[in-house]
Design a protein around this ligand. Structure first.
Ligand code: SAH
Length: 396
């Protein structure tokens, strides 16, 4: 059966021509045929000239995601295999270079496979299908991954809300290979972590912070550290291993903190130096201020306050609030390592927020380093949305 066709409004072909993978509903003039969820469609410009093949998503504002700009390329198993292999090959040598066995192998649009995320944790793969197009090729993707990577198992964590926008139900479970423990042990920069791939956040671990954890390791010697939004202790372990005199770790998730405790002992780190507090960071920072507690290094790695630009204003206030409080808790000469993983907050805006917080605290804050996501989460130049993690290291 011939692929259905979507014709773009005049002028709206520009984003496809500039290699941006998303085609919004508002850009479409007409649809010829009745493409279903995830079906491949041919994309034409207003003059009916071929632009791309894309995956159709009937109910999403992102109505189609571009698979290929090459008219001769058919979207089938061989195409996916080529893209998956290329994505994995681009990371050849990265495990050794980054000193880890936990790596993002496929980062969706940025790797030319819209909606597909695959993380490797030692011999286990964790897969997320986030778009109708990726879902359509689910069985092919599982098969290809099992053949190319030869893992012990592939676990699916498509239990995320954004699937609803694509008209897909959440799904999770073992999809290939041997039954498994829900916890996988990985290593990174000389430290070991237990990652709960079945119940943890995201696919189990914040792989994207790897290089930034290393920075905290380097900065921690002799410092009293506060790690806010600590999850399972990535920054905590690095601060302890890097010679911090003590680390206070805060998160609202009890299970994450249990895992953190376990990770501290797994590495033989000094539990007496590790204070763990379950609670709300916004409240706790105020409590510390009232108690006149102070620190030499503070990490702020909150969840996405602004997934999209429409929430940017409210999110800005939240970022400013915690950063202002943190700046006040820092001793003179202290270091703030602060992040935003919100797609709706640009690097410029984030820096302005931090500048505003420093101004309100009446201090000169000096930015001494700019941080971003680790290289297995590449930013596709034509797709700025793939750049999401912004970090600043600041000195008070
Ligand atoms: N820094 C971590 C990742 C942090 S993810 C790492 O490197 O692994 C954000 C964390 O913030 C999650 O663990 C979540 O449970 C926690 N969180 C979200 N809102 C919170 C709040 N208001 N107070 C405390 N923790 C919160």
């Amino acid at each position: 059966m011939a692929d259905a066709v979507i014709v773009l409004r005049a002028g709206r072909e520009k984003s496809v021509l500039t290699r941006h993978p998303w085609i919004f509903a508002s850009a479409i003039d007409s649809v010829e045929g009745t493409p279903g969820l995830g079906d491949t469609v041919v994309v034409l410009d207003g003059k009916k000239k071929f632009l791309a093949r894309a995956a159709y998503s009937p109910s999403s504002q992102i109505r189609a995601r571009v698979w290929s700009l090459d008219e001769n390329e058919i979207i089938e198993r061989a195409f996916l295999e080529k893209r998956i292999k290329a994505s994995i090959e681009r990371r050849a040598g990265l495990k050794a270079y980054e000193n880890t066995d936990a790596l993002r192998l496929i980062y969706g649009e940025a790797d030319g496979i819209p909606g597909l995320v695959v993380d490797q944790y030692a011999n286990t793969l964790v897969m997320q299908l986030l778009s109708a197009g990726a879902e359509k090729f689910r069985s092919e993707i599982v098969e290809i991954l099992s053949e190319v990577v030869k893992p012990e198992q592939i676990f699916e964590r498509s239990d995320v809300e954004i699937r609803q926008l694509e008209g897909l139900q959440p799904r999770e479970g073992l999809v290939w290979g041997k039954p498994m423990d829900h916890v996988v042990e990985i290593f990174e920069n000389g430290l070991k972590y237990q990652v709960d791939v079945t119940g943890g956040q995201k696919t189990g671990f914040y792989i994207d912070q790897r290089r930034n954890r290393q920075k905290v390791y380097e900065l921690s010697k002799g410092r009293q550290v506060l790690n806010c939004f600590c999850y399972t202790g990535g920054f905590t372990l690095n601060a302890l291993a890097g010679g911090a005199t003590g680390v206070t770790s805060v998160d609202s998730s009890g299970p994450a903190l249990e895992q953190l405790k376990h990770n501290v002992s797994l590495n033989g780190l000094d539990e007496a130096k590790s204070e763990i507090i379950e609670g709300d960071v916004f409240t706790l920072l105020r409590k510390f201020r009232d108690q006149a507690r102070s620190f030499d290094l503070i990490v702020l790695d909150p969840p996405k306050f602004a997934p999209t630009i429409s929430q940017a204003e409210k999110a800005s206030r939240a970022y400013k609030d915690i950063n202002l409080l943190a700046i006040k808790l820092l001793r003179l000469g202290g270091i703030l390592v602060t992040f935003s993983c919100s797609g709706g907050i640009s690097r410029d805006l984030f820096q302005k927020i931090i500048a505003g917080a420093a101004l309100d605290a009446s201090v000169d804050l000096r930015i001494i380093d700019q941080l971003s996501q680790s290289p297995d989460h590449p930013v596709l130049a034509s797709f700025p949305e793939s750049f999401y993690l912004k970090g600043l290291i600041c000195e008070k």
